[in-house]
Design a protein around this ligand. Sequence first.
Ligand code: MF3
Ligand code: CO
Ligand code: CO
Length: 248
Amino acid sequence: MISIKSPREILIMKQAGHINYLVHQEIEKYLKPGTSLKKIDSLIKTLVEKQGGTCSCYGYEGFPSNACISLNDEVVHGIPDDRKIKNGDLLKIDFTVRKDGYESDMTKTYIIGTVKKEVEDFVKRTEQSLYEGLKVIKHGAKLGDIGYAISSYAHKYGYSVVEELTGHGIGSDMHEEPEVPNYGEKDKGLTLKEGMTLAIEPMLNMGSKEVYMADNNWTILTDDESYSAHFEHTILVTKDGYEILTGE
Ligand code: MF3
Ligand code: CO
Ligand code: CO
């Protein structure tokens, strides 16, 4: 069952999403070479709780940290440890915020220091691919339109789309129906309806789309060790388009 959220539920999700957005803004100034992933993780917890939310990734299916922090060729579900970030790293920070029984989910890829122009372009275009996916969303559009928009934009630049992981419905649960693949066919699949809330989250690789799971049974990495980038927003489907819930 895909739930349609009430105005009250949407309001709470917006509050959760705003905390998610704010903490992403605040965390940026701490992302200096030499900072450990664990330190970033504990800062996120402190900042989220200061805003009245909780980090619901913690303990989710046994996940051991507050945020998923994935470096370079790690695609998603990186577990923050004692590694320190350094110049040239791509740092993906993905976390959920729970407030008053509702969830929000947001990811950004941060560039630490400077990277080659081609890597910078890759990160910018991965972010743009999220907006390409969002642009087609409105009441009456099809789920396949989203994946088609994301993947055709990514392929235009020679990037690949990770297929093993998808976006998802979101609400009182972090992961609700439907799955939202980052590939698809135009005009195919489920019809979107006003009041649905979705997490849209393209994961693109600079090299091959193939990925594997690390021995920790969480972290997903690229087979060819190429860079991966990831952006995510929680959105509301509206009559004429969409509204970003993880925003200002
Ligand atoms: N935030 C992730 C997503 O985008 C889910 C993380 S699950 C966790 O769907 F257990 F790793 F936290
Ligand atoms: Co997420
Ligand atoms: Co998500």
